[in-house]
Each structure stands twice: as C-alpha cells, then as structure tokens.
Write a protein that binds this ligand. Structure first.
Ligand code: DOR
Ligand code: ZN
Length: 345
C-alpha cells in the first residue's frame, strides 16, 4: 500500500488571494504548498488593465513572507471596455497568463463583467491569435434559470456559441460542477481545459443542506447532486490531461460567511492537497494524482512543470486547522467532513 507520494510541486490554477490584510493572511497558506497560482482579478475595483495587474502582482510579492517561493500568474478581468491592445501587451510582456470572464452578476464582485458578448469580440480574437487562455465562470445569470441548472445552460447558450465564433480561442472552464461540463470538456479539442475544486470533488449538495444549512459549503457554482460529483471524480482521476486542480480557494471573513445572506466561497487552500489525495486514494487512483495537481495545468498553459518536489505521507488522521487570523477578522478553513490522512512535508 502506498504510504508516501513524491510529486512535482503542484500549482493552483484558480485562486482568490484578495488584497491588504486578507492577502497577507492567506498567501502563505497557498505558498507553503503551491509553486504558482492563477490569481483571480475580482478585487473591488477589479484588476482590469495591465497596469492594474502589475501593481497587484507587486502587492502580492510584497506580502510573501521571507523565505517562501511563489509565482503569481496574473489575470485581467474582462469588461466590455477592455482594450485588445492592452491585453496583447500584458500577455506579450509575460505579465498575464489569462483573462477572466465573469458573466455580469454571476458571483462575488462580478458586477463589471460581460453582458453583451459582441462587445468583447475584438479581445477574444486577439486572445485566439496570441494563444492567451480565457478562464470562464460558466453560469448564466438569467433569473428564470434555476441556480442548479445555470452551468449546464451556460454551456449551451453561451460557451459553445462563443467558442464557435472564436476559432482557436483557448478556454478554461473554471470550477466545473456538473456531468454536462465534464462531458463537454471531454468532447472538446486541445483548446479546451477545465479546473475542478476541492469541494466539488468531495461534497454534494446534501452536505450543504441536510440537517441544517452549512454556510462554509456555500460557493458558486453551487454544489450539485451526487451523480454530478461522481462525474467530476471520474474525470479528475481518469488521467484525462485537460482537467487540473483549481482550488477556487475563496477567503471571506467568518462573519460574512456565518451571516443571514452568506458570501459565496470556500477557503480550502491550507488543506487542498490532503483533500485531493484522499479523493484519489478512495478511487484507487493515486498514480494519477501528480498529473491532476502538478502536470496537466502547466501543459495546458504552455508553462514548464516545476523542478521542485513535494512529498505527501499517509498516517493517522491529521489535525485540521479551523481558523486563521486576517487582520481583525478570522477566516474559517474548509472542513471536509471526513478525516484526512495525507500530510504534506
Ligand atoms: O464561491 C465563489 N467565490 N465563487 C466565485 O466564483 C467567486 C468566489 C469569490 O470571489 O469569493
Ligand atoms: Zn473563483
């Protein structure tokens, strides 16, 4: 039986680091394990221009504790006013590695997102030309569409038409949550990839709703039924090389999670690798773990795999952190609801 796993150092292909005191608090939790991360641009105000991304990158590097190594992979927040020339310059200088599409109103801090896709046609054409990936939050915002159906409807109504209209555009379906999304990425060509989170591989909506509502499990896209989770686990553990870990670790102050109207997001960074190891072990797929957390992402993004290694060791159930301090607030760490046995050394 495998008791120890040494792998290339993992990366996180979808991460929220925030800013200020929150950034300072959460950055070490990621940098302790992950070498790089695609950093989401949904600050208030959002990271829209190359100049915004350069300034944010500097704030991230300034917040990194002495002795830790970490490379933030910056993104721009796509708006209807985004300038294709600025995108091209930011990509060609190496500053940004992707552009993020939020349908307006889909989730936390998405008010400046896109409503009219014709208005971003020029940016998407530039991105297709230079091979810059578009990271997509794949949910429609139509109030008539049930929240549990918003991802599947988005694929038909928005994603597929956008991809057909922009041949060659590289697209990452972010934090996929449904069997429909798993099928769509499998059926796609080499321009299409997908990230999957920790919580969507471990939990279904019963975990969030049965026996009382658990706000720390509330995130967007929302947790789905068990069969969707099973489809995601099958995809991640199959060795399929266009699916990779994007934790979507999304810290909010505890008081905003434990509130009458709770903020969306699960703070999984501190225990993400242990959680994923548990999922892969349960499927008898530990031999595919390194591909999912360390190899498939760089391959899709055209970046080198890490030269560093990291070892996970199996032992008795580990003590899980419950909260970390962030300025005057705390952030509650995701509780997987099951013991974890893999620790990172
Ligand atoms: O649950 C989520 N939280 N989903 C998102 O898409 C955004 C994120 C956040 O920024 O908190
Ligand atoms: Zn996110």
């Amino acid at each position: 039986m495998t008791q120890s796993l040494t792998i290339r150092r993992p990366d996180d292909w979808h991460l929220h680091l925030r800013d200020g005191a929150m950034l300072k608090a959460v950055l070490p939790e990621t940098a302790r394990h992950f070498g790089r991360a695609i950093v989401m641009p949904n600050l208030v105000p959002p990271v829209v221009t190359g100049d915004d991304a350069a300034a944010y990158r500097d704030r991230i590097m300034a917040a990194l504790p002495e002795g830790m190594s970490f490379e933030p992979l910056m993104t721009l927040y796509l708006t209807e006013d985004t300038d294709p020339v600025d995108v091209r310059n930011a990509a060609e200088s190496g500053l940004i590695k992707a552009v993020k599409l939020y349908p307006a109103g889909a989730t936390t801090n998405s008010a400046s997102g896109v409503t009219d896709f014709d208005k971003v046609r020029g940016v998407l054409e530039t991105m297709a030309e230079i091979g810059l990936p578009l990271c997509v939050h794949g949910e429609v915002t139509d109030p008539d569409i049930d929240i549990f159906d918003r991802e599947a409807v988005f694929i038909d109504r928005v994603l597929d038409p956008v991809r057909r209209a922009s041949p060659g555009l590289r697209v990452v379906m972010e934090h996929i949550t449904t069997a429909q999304a798993a099928d769509y990425v499998r059926a796609g060509d080499e321009t299409l990839g997908a990230t999957i989170t920790v919580q969507h591989l471990m939990l279904d909506r019963n975990a969030m709703l049965v026996g009382g509502m658990r706000p720390h499990y509330y995130c967007l896209p929302i947790l789905k039924r068990r069969d969707h989770r099973d489809a995601l686990v099958d995809l991640a553990t199959s060795g399929f090389d266009r699916a990779f870990l994007g934790t979507d670790s999304a810290p909010h102050p505890t008081h905003k999670k434990e509130a009458e109207c709770c903020a969306a997001g699960a703070f999984t960074a501190p225990i993400a690798l242990s959680c994923i190891a548990e999922v892969f072990e349960a499927k008898g797929a530990l031999d595919k773990y390194e591909a999912f957390v360390s190899l498939n992402g760089p391959k899709f993004y055209g970046l080198p795999v890490s030269e560093d290694t990291l070892t996970l060791t199996k032992g008795p159930a580990i003590d899980l952190p419950t909260k970390i301090a962030a300025g005057a607030d705390t952030v509650t760490v995701f509780d997987p609801g099951q013991p974890l046995h893999w620790s990172v050394s």
